[in-house]
Design a protein around this ligand. Sequence first.
Ligand code: PEP
Ligand code: MG
Length: 541
Amino acid sequence: MENFSGKSIFRGIAIGKILFNSKNQRQVRRSKIDNIEAEIARFEEAKEKASQELSVLYDKALKEVGEDNAAIFEVHSMMLDDDDFNDAIIDKIKNQLVNAEYAVAKTGDDLSEMFANMEDEYFKARASDMKDISERVISKLTGEDSAVLLKEPSIIVAEDLAPSETIQLDKDKLLAFVTELGSSNSHTAILARTMNIPALIGIKINTKWNGKLAVVDGYSGNLIIEPDEKTLDKYLKIQKDDLEKRELLKELKGKDTITKNGKKVNLFANIGKPSDLTSVLENDAEGIGLFRSEFLYLGSKDFPTEEEQFSAYKKVAETMGSKKVIIRTLDIGADKQVDYFNLGHEDNPAMGYRAIRICLSQQNIFKTQLRALLRASAFGNISIMYPMIISVNEVKQIKEIVKNIMEELKTEGIDFNDNIEQGIMIETPAAVIMSDELAQEVDFFSIGTNDLTQYTLAVDRQNPKLENINDTHHPAVLRSIKTVIENAHKAGIWAGICGELGADTSLTETFLSYGIDELSVSPTFILPVRKAIRDSETINN
Ligand code: PEP
Ligand code: MG
């Protein structure tokens, strides 16, 4: 038995045989050609076939994993038609007199390396897409099929997996993925989550594993090759428990989120984009407690327009009907970087120019978003929430800007909810300490425990070396939460938690004892948290 440790990108246990996918190691030979025109024609023909295959894949993905995930194949089609890619290939055939396979492989490698060296995470993730595209064209040139065929339920182990390879796999026979490369931001990772299968990255892979029995532990991030009987039994039991839990949880759909002694808690979901709504509805969330609107900016090559934002917010509001939808204004900066913002280098980005600080200093960006939000408020139950607040003065400035935009919309005869709820995130120690005064200015508090822990403990949430002291259960964090809820209640407003800690069921009773009014968690945690609340009794409130 051997144990390898990596990073989990989706939870769960898989037990089965490994199928090693070594496609990425394919060697392309360089040979000299004498008929340039014929070689270019071979390339054009292969490209056409690849393009047709991509449109078939798009349709398949659209049906199986939805429009957002299918969009990657549209991106591939565009990359395939890209002038830089095509010109570089034709140039190599013409001037170096090389075969089309070599010209495509070399161009794909060069461009992929260029993407891999980019700072922006979005473009970095395009490196594997570039490889995928050139592999597809090469397979059309050589006549070898690039799809992995699953004959039996298997754990796929590969150096890297391209989104197109992932989507071509037979879902019924795919148990898990393990890759050496890849990042949590890659589309393959996103697909793994959408397909609900355990997946690990960052494991040094070995071809000798092919055909061996293995366990993928998506909870701890471990891969166990040839588990001994005791280990296998342990994982079979966890797998069985998982299944039973999932079945049991389904029974909680449609039930109230209420403690044994009758205290109602609002159980909302955190989302990043409108397409996450499927999982919100599936898991029976009672509203949206945090819509991280910055994902609209991260997924875009330029500032999203008022219309683009309006239609995203309107879609979420309409889908949720009368249920509350809390949309957080732009929280860009720190770990969420976007090239077109030109934020530049900062020595301390987490404590730097981010979130509300950008919005208050570049008010044109903020106003576009606020106009879109207010216009969308006419179509559902929208609330607005502001991140990274440190002072009462910031809140007063924001309210003034909102007031002016409301006047503007009124003059233009545009409908909006002029009573819209406005709240703030409590993510900084300053906001905790000032929460009594801040509560006089807003309609609600939502505690962002991810950042609150980072700033309270002075522990960078991104630094893996500090994982062991990034203690969200630290008494300083818990006392802060208690203080914030007390100050909210004294001022007659509600307080919730939308950081990851809200889903930690070992603390549900504690939060209830503080008088928490709302918890907003990732959609998959809705039912487990509902169970924890229904199993609890409130002590103080
Ligand atoms: C938080 O900080 O807890 C939070 C919910 O915001 P984000 O994780 O997006 O910074
Ligand atoms: Mg935060």
